[in-house]
Write a protein that binds this ligand. Sequence first.
Ligand SMILES: [Zn+2]
Length: 94
Amino acid sequence: MLRRLDLADRIDPFTRCLRCNGHLEDIAKAEIEHRLAPLTRLHYNDFRHCRECDRLYWRGSHQQRLADQVATIRAELGMAAGPIDTASAGTAAG
Ligand SMILES: [Zn+2]
């Protein structure tokens, strides 16, 4: 009954982009590791990216993946030139 395997493959969330439903394809870790949060880089080795929007995916539970992606975004923001909300604070730095 190969049909069952085919069906299982079709519903694998790791084959389609959750954002745009594009096809995911394998990508070497070395090519995208600069985009990963340190812990993600440490714990995951199998990565895919969306051919349409280039969103990155890696194997793991949904919750862990969400947490990692939040961490990734925070890390990216942290690498920006300065704090984002200084405009509203208005305090002079010493
Ligand atoms: Zn996509």
